[in-house]
Design a protein around this ligand. Structure first.
Ligand SMILES: [Zn+2]
Length: 360
């Protein structure tokens, strides 16, 4: 007797074949037959009449890893049929960890509902902690460049030779532990200060292990094309396969007419020349991101505590409103705050207005 029989669904098997009506037989955790299984009997029958039966979906860009400690079952994705998630994106992973990163990581973990001890150090240790939690989805990992910068004590634009070597070791360790490669988040600290040669150097470690470079690129507004060109040069010089994450252009933030199409054309041209690069995108008209990404470098450079302190000063906020990255934005919607409180409710407004209305 079968364990499960899914009856009369439309099979969309993910191979690109047209869908067809069939039953699916399952024993244990294996599909043992697909077809017209009229005489079959099972402990559990599921009537899928009029429904599509398909393998699990892959989410190529997710941040579920940030909230796994508080929400290991990640039901918001598994219940949509997403069974594999690619995580560690946008330069942010919770490993590797060193004492230099204690404040940073403790804050980030707290932000996503975890205030327990940090029991890992290497990327491999961290994956073991996650494995023991028994998550719902299969997870494929990137190690985050921002995380590695913090863990090796880099602040500002230039990493020392020792710090670069430490980051190279972090990449190698992570990939030896099973990571797909490295992600960057070049709109956010601490990666946004990094120069291209630093990233190329780390990408070479990724390339030497046949890994992937995934990038939340430096700019998706007025300087989109330069950011795309930088992404391509890192993939080329690093010898990596590469994924340009969430290629969106935000509205009214200074991007030239047709900038998105030109970015896509550039990537297509490089693909034809043999570079193994891909793009993913989101199905939204607006560009998503962490609001810290639009704050000017002069405010963020001394660190988050200093930035928070300075932002209490109305004069600083006024200066932010004219020098922030997205000053041309006619519409910014704040969808949530770091503390999870409703102190800054959602409101669509211009960049200047947003800064003036943030709570002090
Ligand atoms: Zn991102």
């Amino acid at each position: 007797m079968l364990d499960i029989l899914i009856r009369s669904g439309w099979i969309a098997d993910g191979t690109g074949n047209p869908r067809y009506p069939a039953d699916v037989a399952i024993e244990g955790d294996r599909i043992v037959d697909v077809g017209r299984l009229d005489g079959a009997i099972a402990r559990q029958e599921i009537d899928a009449q009029g429904k599509i039966v398909s393998p699990g979906f892959v989410d190529a860009h997710s941040h579920s890893d940030w909230s796994l400690f508080a929400n290991p079952t990640a039901e918001s994705t598994i219940r949509q049929g997403v069974t594999t998630e690619v995580v560690g994106n946008c330069g942010e992973s919770f490993a590797p960890f060193t004492e230099l990163a204690r404040t940073h990581l403790t804050d980030r973990l707290a932000l996503y509902g975890y205030d327990g001890p940090i029991t890992w150090s290497t990327f491999g240790d961290y994956l073991e902690v996650i494995r023991q939690m028994c998550t719902s989805a299969n997870l494929a990992w990137f190690v985050g460049h921002n995380t590695m910068r913090v863990a090796s004590g880099v602040s500002g634009a230039t990493a020392t030779e020792d710090q670069l070597r430490a980051m190279e070791r972090f990449v190698a360790d992570a990939m030896d532990a099973g990571a797909l490669g490295m992600s960057t988040g070049l709109e956010y600290g601490a990666g946004r200060e990094a120069q291209t040669p630093e990233i190329v150097r780390l990408a070479r470690v990724v390339g030497s292990r046949d890994g992937y470079y995934a990038s939340h690129i430096r700019n998706r507004d007025a300087h989109l094309q330069a950011a795309v060109d930088e992404f391509l040069s890192i993939a080329r010089e690093g010898g990596t396969r590469a994924e340009l994450s969430h290629l969106n252009v935000r509205h009214n933030t200074g991007a030239a007419e047709g900038a998105w199409q030109r970015a896509v054309d550039t990537v297509e041209r490089e693909r034809r020349r043999g570079l193994n690069v891909l793009i993913d995108t989101t199905p939204f008209l607006d560009g998503l991101g962490m609001m810290a990404g639009i704050l000017p470098a002069w405010l963020l450079e001394p660190g988050p505590e200093s930035a928070t302190q300075q932002m209490r000063d109305p004069a600083v906020r006024k200066r932010c409103a004219t020098t922030a990255t997205a000053t041309g934005a006619s519409s910014i919607a704040v969808s949530g705050t770091a503390c999870g409180c409703r102190a800054a409710p959602s409101f669509p407004s211009s960049a200047a207005e947003t800064f003036s209305r943030l709570p002090s």
